[in-house]
Design a protein around this ligand. Structure first.
Ligand code: BV8
Ligand code: ZN
Length: 273
C-alpha cells in the first residue's frame, strides 16, 4: 500500500523512500516517458501525447512499416528532431548521479530518447562530483533507440542521427550493404524485445530488493512486468509518478509528483529535506 502516514510527497514520505533505497541490496530502476516529460519530450498517453495524431498500431508496428515506410519515417523523423533539441532534466541528472554511486542498481528504460545516456555522460564528467568517476552498468534500453537504425534485410544496426528525408520512398535511409530501406532500431508492438537486454533486465529485477519505478503508465509489457518480478522475489516497489498507475496498489511508497522535483530530493547525496 502507498505510505499512509503522510502526504504522497511529504518529507516523511521522501524519508521513508530514501530509507528503503539506502537499505536496499540491489535496485531495479524502470523509467518511462514521464521522466522525459520535463525535458519537453511528449509522453505517449498524456494530453498532447505522441500518439495524439495516430494510433500506435498505425505507426509503431512492423506491418505499418511494410505498408508505408515513408509515413512511419515521417513520424520518427519528427520525433528525432523534437528529441534532439531536448536535454536531460533534473530528474535524469539526479538519477545519473545516484546510479554512479550505486553499483548494485540497474537502469532499465522504455524510453528511446537517449536522455539517460546524456545524463550519465554529464555525471561522469561532473567536476563537482566528489565520488569516483565510476561508469555505472550499461543502461538497458528495453525498446531500442531513436538514434540507431537497422536493416530489416541484413540485420545490421548502426548509430544514425542524420535528418530523415521522408518526402518519398527513394529519399528514405538505405542500407549501404544491400540497399534495403533502413528502419528505426526501436521495438515495435508485436515484436520481441532484444533477448540479451530482456534477460539482463529480468535478472536485475530478480536480484533487486527494491524496484524504483519512475514515469510510466505501466501498461506495456514485458517492461511493466519487471517490478512485479522484484515483488514476487520478496522485494518492494517505490513509484514516482504524479498519477496512479496499475503498479500503485503494489507500491510500498508512491511519490506523487514530477520526477524533476521528486528525484533530486529522493536521490541526491544528503538529499534536500
Ligand atoms: C511483445 C518503442 C510479444 C517504439 C514502444 C496485441 C498485439 C501485439 C502485442 C500485444 C497485443 N496486446 C498486448 C500486446 C503486448 C504489447 C503491449 O504490452 N501492449 C499494451 C499496449 C497492452 N507489447 C508488445 O507488443 C511488446 N512485444 O509483447 O512481443 C511477442 C511474443 C512472441 C513473438 C513476438 C512478439 C513490445 C512493446 C514495445 C512497444 N514499443 N516504444 C517507439 O517509442 O516508437 S512502447 C512505448 O509505449 C514506450 O516505449 C513505452 O513502453 C510505452 C509508453 O509507456 P510509458 O513510457 O509509460 O509512457 P506513457 O505516456 O504511457 O505514460 C507516461 C507516464 O508518466 C504516466 O503514468 C504519467 O502519469 C507519468 N508522468 C507524466 N509526467 C511526469 C510523469 N512521471 C514523472 N514525472 C513527470 N513529470
Ligand atoms: Zn542491408
Amino acid at each position: 500500500m502507498a505510505d499512509a502516514t503522510s502526504g504522497p510527497t511529504s518529507p516523511e514520505t521522501i524519508r521513508h523512500a530514501r530509507a528503503l533505497l539506502e537499505a536496499a541490496d540491489g535496485v531495479l530502476v524502470l523509467t518511462g516517458a514521464g521522466i522525459s516529460a520535463e525535458s519537453g519530450v511528449p509522453t505517449f498517453r498524456g494530453a498532447g501525447g505522441l500518439w495524439k495524431d495516430h494510433r500506435p498500431e498505425e505507426l509503431a508496428t512492423p506491418g505499418a512499416f511494410r505498408r508505408d515506410p515513408r509515413l512511419v519515417w515521417e513520424w520518427y523523423g519528427w520525433r528525432r528532431e523534437l528529441v534532439a533539441a531536448c536535454t536531460p532534466n533534473a530528474g535524469h541528472r539526479a538519477l545519473a548521479g545516484w546510479l554512479a554511486r550505486r553499483p548494485d542498481a540497474r537502469l532499465c528504460t522504455q524510453n528511446v530518447d537517449g536522455l539517460h545516456g546524456l545524463a550519465a555522460l554529464e555525471a561522469l564528467a561532473d567536476p563537482a562530483d566528489s565520488s569516483p568517476a565510476v561508469a555505472p552498468a550499461p543502461i538497458l534500453e528495453l525498446h531500442g533507440s531513436l538514434f540507431r537504425v537497422r536493416c530489416p534485410e541484413c540485420g545490421e544496426e548502426t548509430p544514425h542521427r542524420e535528418p530523415i528525408d521522408a518526402r518519398t520512398r527513394d529519399t528514405l535511409p538505405r542500407c549501404g550493404s544491400c540497399g534495403g530501406i533502413l528502419r528505426p532500431a526501436v521495438v515495435w508492438f508485436g515484436e520481441m524485445l532484444p533477448h540479451a537486454v530482456l534477460e539482463e533486465a529480468f535478472a536485475a529485477a530478480t536480484r533487486a530488493s527494491v524496484a524504483l519505478v519512475i514515469g510510466t503508465s505501466a501498461l506495456v509489457h514485458p517492461a511493466a512486468s519487471l517490478p512485479l518480478v522484484t515483488l514476487e522475489a520478496g522485494g518492494g516497489v517505490i513509484e514516482v509518478n504524479p498519477e496512479p498507475s496499475p503498479l500503485s496498489a503494489t507500491a510500498a511508497v508512491s511519490l506523487r509528483g514530477p520526477a524533476g522535483t521528486i528525484l533530486p530530493c529522493l536521490l541526491d547525496e544528503g538529499g534536500t529535506r
